[in-house]
Write a protein that binds this ligand. Structure first.
Ligand SMILES: NC(=O)c1ccc[n+]([C@@H]2O[C@H](COP(=O)([O-])OP(=O)(O)OC[C@H]3O[C@@H](n4cnc5c(N)ncnc54)[C@H](OP(=O)(O)O)[C@@H]3O)[C@@H](O)[C@H]2O)c1
Length: 274
């Protein structure tokens, strides 16, 4: 019996790359869905979607740039409907917590006729090492308009483990897993843990919304990124996500990885040394 490949959208990104490694280790064929993939997949070019779906058995949907940007829900819905129409019913969506647009995308996936699973995730720990906060860490100061609110940062290794499990084992269709780490940390706590692990002096400074908007504008980012940073830092981090969830435990039967383990391992890799 041959196993059909799993199409991993965002297959070279933080979660997708790790999912590809895990499936490959289980001898499950993968097809990387990215603009550099074979065949290429581009969210902005619907013509590429059908070929990427040809012959696959399941899809991991990681939207780019972010499931919370306006229009993401409709695009994910259109993709899910095409997949179901082409006979690819098994879909797992990477989603975000406390984000109205993300929750809208989840509802649209559920209504698409797919055999769905949803991974609704907290902030990734790896935003500090593989995402947009690494430069601030290397510069020695993280300045954000966020006070003492607690966030249960989740490790992307745990997300990839859950994705690999739900896509290859029975019992996960129609399940929504809310994935968090085991502990609430403020951004100041997280930066302090990284500084300790890396043996470096890294400060956290809370800035005003106006200072933040000015700093973002100075970076000349594409408009959707500027909108997204504002949404994430000034709206979503208002305390609504200040709770732990048990998605990792439910899906994997084990505890999630703690932020301190992430900080120690990542410091040892050298990415925070400059
Ligand atoms: N970061 C967080 O804290 C957090 C929390 C909850 C949920 N999320 C969600 O996680 C998702 C991002 O997942 P991730 O961090 O694993 O990915 P990521 O590291 O941001 O990776 C980006 C991936 O998207 C691909 N890509 C870029 N532009 C594309 C396009 N136009 N069409 C198709 N693919 C494109 C890239 O490959 P190519 O460049 O080769 O195309 C790459 O594989 C977002 O939807 C976000 O909302 C993030």
């Amino acid at each position: 019996m041959t196993t059909k490949p799993v199409l991993i959208l965002g297959g070279t990104g933080k979660t997708g790359r790790r999912l590809a490694e895990r499936l490959t280790a289980r001898n499950i064929p993968v097809r990387i869905g990215s603009r550099a993939g074979t065949p290429p997949f581009d969210w902005l070019d619907k013509e590429t979607w059908g070929r990427a779906l040809e012959g696959v058995g399941a899809v991991y949907i990681s939207y780019y740039p972010d499931i919370a940007v306006p229009g993401a829900a409709e695009t994910v819905e259109a993709f899910a409907r095409l997949a179901v129409e082409r006979g690819v019913r098994r879909l797992a969506l990477l989603s975000g917590r406390g984000e109205p647009e993300a929750q809208r995308a989840e509802e649209m996936l559920k209504a698409s006729g797919a055999d769905w699973s949803i991974l609704r995730c907290a902030w990734f720990s790896q935003n500090f090492s593989e995402g947009f906060l690494i430069e601030s860490i290397l510069e020695g100061e993280v300045a954000l308009p966020v006070g003492n609110v607690g966030e249960p940062f989740v490790d992307v290794d745990d997300i990839a483990d859950v994705a690999a499990t739900v896509l290859t084992e029975p019992g996960h269709i129609g399940q929504l897993y809310e994935l968090t780490g085991p502990r609430l940390l403020s951004f100041a706590d997280a930066v302090a843990e990284i500084g300790n692990a890396a043996g470096r002096d890294i400060r956290y400074r809370q800035i005003s919304h106006a200072e933040f908007t000015e700093a973002v504008a100075a970076q000349n980012l594409p408009p959707e990124f500027a909108w997204l940073l504002d949404e994430l830092f000034t709206k979503v981090l208002d305390g609504r996500n200040e709770t732990l969830a048990d998605g990792v435990q439910r899906a994997l039967g084990r505890q999630p990885k703690d932020f301190s383990a992430y900080a120690t391992e990542t410091a040892a890799s050298g990415v925070w040394s400059n």
